[in-house]
Design a protein around this ligand. Structure first.
Ligand code: URA
Length: 237
């Protein structure tokens, strides 16, 4: 339940004070009855609110979620080549306007965000908005210290140096694995950075975006973010 004046304000009909005036002036009905009592509460799911006879609806609730992407899925909502897409893994029936924020390669696993909120998607995609992304990259052989330093300082991709990255070894032979944190989002960036130092990635997993990690979310599953998580994502990395 919420106060009628708050409902009107959230629906964009007026400011909170303006909404109170509308109510006092007898211009607002709830389920057909004119309401002049300022403290009146309404149930947004059930009650029909009208202003001057026109329906007043709350904006649809925005949804933001994280998917633990498996390998073998394209990050697109529709693949003309008919390959499996991440669209099959998120609740599109309930939220048809979901779209992915950024992308992971076909073979990359890990944390992928989706939202129905175009403003949030644009804000996070904007270069001004720096969010660290941490990956786990497995390689066929160990990197030399010199190669690690080159990754850290930046390597040339498409004629442009990559920004400094944090890189450390988290597992040795027989499956050398490196944690690498970058904030740029260039196409196939991590794979191309390792290729640039002569040691291709054999397996890639995104473990973290800003403050968000997958926790114990199983591969192929999604969960909704709460408002605090969305705020933390926008607030910084
Ligand atoms: N970098 C890559 O190379 N691939 C991804 O999927 C994400 C980052």
């Amino acid at each position: 339940m919420m106060r009628l004046s708050r409902y009107l304000a959230r629906a964009g009909a007026a400011s909170r004070r303006g909404a109170e005036r509308l109510i006092e002036d007898g211009r607002v009905t709830v389920n057909g009855t004119t309401i002049r009592q300022l403290g009146t509460k309404v149930d947004p799911a059930d009650d029909e609110v009208r202003l001057d006879g026109q329906m007043v609806a709350l904006p649809a609730q925005q949804v933001t979620l994280m998917l633990h992407k498996p390998a073998g899925y394209v990050t697109t909502m529709d693949d003309p080549q008919g390959r499996p897409t991440v669209a099959e893994l998120v609740p599109l029936d309930a939220h048809p306007s979901l779209f992915p924020i950024g992308r992971l390669d076909f073979d990359t696993t890990g944390l992928l965000l989706f939202t129905t909120d175009g403003d949030l998607g644009n804000a996070l995609a904007h270069p001004r908005h720096v969010v660290d992304k941490r990956y786990l990259a497995r390689t066929a052989s160990s990197l030399s210290n010199e190669a690690l330093d080159r990754l850290r300082h930046g390597v040339m991709i498409d004629g442009r140096m990559t920004a400094p990255a944090r890189v450390r070894r988290v597992q040795g032979e027989p499956h050398p694995t490196y944690a690498i944190t970058i904030h740029e989002g260039r196409n196939r960036q991590v794979r191309r950075m390792f290729e640039a130092v002569g040691t291709p990635v054999t397996k890639l997993h995104r473990a973290q975006i800003g403050p968000l990690t997958l926790g114990d979310l199983p591969c192929g599953c999604w969960r909704e973010l709460d408002q605090a998580e969305v705020n933390a994502l926008i607030g910084g990395s």
